[in-house]
Ligand binder design. Structure first.
Ligand code: ASP
Length: 273
């Protein structure tokens, strides 16, 4: 038997001081939603937390996500299970109500790891994933236009059987070029998990996470016996020193408590164990 644990974050992007308490409260609600699903397994818990955050307008995922340079919302999401290294991702989505649901469907289908744009939407429709009019993601165009930088929501969970899972969802970075895909749906970049060592999820400048292969690097460090707090802090130091990029990370090791690190002024996060 393992000790269940869950850690959830709401992004390491720059946010107005006045929003910080509200974003922290939204992340705590997501932690509660995820924790109430932990008896159904790590995947169910991580997905429930992220699915909740896709509906929190202040967080940069799903409803209320940031806008690209055309003033449109394009969403990415990813999921991974540590028992069998199954992974699924979906990117550049405009009309999928819950991008994380599509990431799970891609993983469960098993033929591919990452689907994007029109093909991803078609796959969603064919697999009964709920669709949406793209306009529903824009709740307050002014606020979404003023969002700065980047953000993501993510969760890592460990269930009572020692299975680990990670789920991530994001609007990406504000003003991105249409068609840009970040690190969040890419295993090894924005998320990675292996039950033998632990699971991690990142937030921050996706291009930097992709170039450093940061999520995979973190799990390799867990594999080599580094403790989770040093892995999280070391990854963020690497991000800062090597590419001067903003970001944060959450980690759950195979055994032991979750931890978080970031190099930005704030990253709302919450955990349960
Ligand atoms: N990593 C996300 C992206 O680049 C954004 C973020 O987490 O801040 O798409």
């Amino acid at each position: 038997m393992a000790r269940p644990a869950l850690i959830v974050h709401g992004g390491a992007g720059p946010v107005p001081e006045a929003e910080r308490g509200l974003r922290q409260a939204a992340v705590e609600r997501a932690r509660d939603a995820g924790w109430s699903a932990i008896s159904r397994g790590a995947l169910a818990a991580a997905v429930a937390a992220v699915r909740h955050m896709e509906d929190e307008p202040l967080l940069n995922a799903g409803i209320g996500a940031c806008l690209n340079s055309d003033g449109e919302v394009e969403l990415d999401a990813g999921v991974m299970e540590g028992a069998n290294l199954r992974a699924g991702g979906a990117a550049c989505l405009r009309d999928v109500r819950h991008p994380i649901d599509l990431a799970v469907a891609v993983m469960e289908d098993g033929r591919h790891v990452l689907l994007a744009a029109a093909g991803a939407s078609r796959f969603a429709r064919e697999h009964g994933v709920q669709m949406a009019d793209p306009s529903i993601f824009i709740t307050d165009r002014k606020r979404q236009e003023l969002m700065q930088g980047a953000d993501t929501v993510g969760a890592v969970a460990r269930d009572g059987e020692g299975r680990l899972a990670v789920a991530v969802s994001t609007g990406g970075v504000k003003g991105k070029l249409p068609g840009r895909i970040g690190d969040s749906p890419i295993p090894g970049a924005g998320l990675y998990v292996d039950d033998r060592f632990g699971g991690v999820c990142g937030t921050g400048l996706g291009e930097a996470f992709i170039r450093l292969g940061l999520a995979r690097l973190m799990v390799v460090e867990l594999q080599h016996g580094m403790d989770a707090a040093s892995v999280a802090q070391g990854a963020i130091d690497h991000l800062t020193k090597t590419l001067k990029a903003p970001g944060g990370a959450i980690v759950i090791p195979r055994e032991g408590s979750p931890c978080a690190a970031f190099n930005t002024p704030a990253m709302p996060w919450a955990m349960a164990e």
